[in-house]
Design a protein around this ligand. Structure first.
Ligand code: ATP
Ligand code: LTN
Length: 332
């Protein structure tokens, strides 16, 4: 029996190089050896105000981006979160087990509510519980995510503990986070002290996986670096440069010391020119495949449907045991 992997991305903005390096690039590698469930977190997107038409289009666009990045709908179960009603249902049951003190600690809630002062809704606050439901419904062993999700994974594990205290063992599996050593936190290009984020209002801060080559080149060349000249990795004092070196390393397969050796006596500008080329080579084919897929909504609908059919089987089996354990009468 293959181990179960599950991960998702919130359907907001478009996928960035940070998402690719921190998440989808790993998802792609894992699809060979695991039973993988990758989904589009559209219910999570509702924690910030969404234009209905845009949300719908974006869901198709995200699916096309997943496929263009190399996720194979034959090898993986790829689905839309809202197509499996069990997610929202289990989230409610887990909400009734989660002490608010645990939610109060979530740093992402604090950050996001500072950004969204006009819309601090209860969903933004309980979002990590929905995320726990996403994971627990599928009896997940491993959850490949970037560093920013570590705390939510810890909360999910705590929730399994609360459940076991009240209802005993056997219904949920205890999941583990799977976070890469390299590239788990790609930083913003203009402001390398904060993470690259797809909902950033300044588009110069990120490279999108579907950006055209000209844009990629411009954004990488104008990335903030320090006033030094030596190309050495130093995340504290040379945050911008070190971020570019991390991207370089993950995409080229070269180690940081190999990159340092390659650029002895050269300027930051040389590295930027080469890096832009590497990023363009990686993302060029992704963009082409994406544009092709977006012409075929019928195919995307089929992928969504067959993914949802497969996901539902597993999710409903877990929810049945949840009904049983909690004393809710089974549906006939
Ligand atoms: P938002 O800005 O809308 O919150 P996001 O860019 O953080 O979005 P998510 O949908 O929250 O993207 O994340 C999808 C996956 O990408 C998660 O596993 C997350 O950890 C990972 N990820 C997001 N940003 C980065 C980053 N800068 N570096 C590495 N991994 C990242
Ligand atoms: N919260 C995640 C997206 C997400 C997720 C999940 C990731 C929602 N549910 C379950 C892994 C497992 C984020 O990256 N913002």
């Amino acid at each position: 029996m293959k181990k179960i992997i599950l991960s998702g991305s919130t359907v907001t903005g478009d996928l960035t190089l940070g998402n690719y390096i921190g998440a989808m690039n790993n998802w792609k590698k894992l699809q060979e050896d695991y039973n993988c469930f990758y989904f589009l977190a559209d219910l999570h997107a509702l924690t910030v105000q969404q234009d209905p038409k845009t949300l719908k289009e974006r869901t198709y666009s995200f699916l096309a981006q997943y496929l263009a990045l190399g996720l194979d709908p034959q090898k993986n179960t790829i689905f839309v979160q809202s197509h499996i009603p069990e997610h929202a249902e289990l989230a409610w049951i887990l909400t009734c087990l989660t002490p608010i003190g645990y939610l109060n600690r979530m740093t992402q809630f604090k950050e996001k509510s500072e950004k969204n002062v006009k819309n601090i809704n209860a969903g933004l606050y309980t979002y990590p519980i929905l995320m726990a439901a996403d994971i627990l419904l599928y009896q997940t062993d491993l959850v490949p995510v970037g560093e920013d999700q570590r705390q939510h994974l810890e909360l999910c594990r705590d929730i399994v503990g609360f459940w076991q205290n009240r209802y005993g063992e056997g219904v949920f599996k205890m999941p583990d986070a799977h976070i890469s050593k390299m590239g788990a936190r790609i930083m913003s290009l203009q402001d390398p002290d904060k993470k690259m984020s797809k909902s950033d209002e300044n588009e110069k801060n990120y490279v999108l996986v579907i950006d055209d080559p000209k844009k990629i080149e411009k954004k990488i060349k104008s990335a903030t670096t320090d006033s030094g000249t030596e190309i050495t990795f130093d995340a504290e004092n040379k945050a911008g440069l070190s971020n570019l070196m991390t991207i370089y390393s993950v995409l080229s397969g070269k180690t940081i010391s190999e990159i340092e050796a390659l650029y002895v006596g050269k300027m930051y500008g040389h590295l930027k020119v080469d890096l832009a080329q590497i990023v363009i080579e990686t993302l060029g084919p992704v963009r082409e495949k994406y544009l092709e897929l977006m012409k075929n909504h019928d195919y995307l609908d089929e992928v969504m449907k067959s993914g949802a059919d497969r996901a539902r089987v597993r999710a409903s089996a877990t929810l049945k045991s949840v009904y049983d354990a909690t004393g809710l009468v089974a549906r006939r």
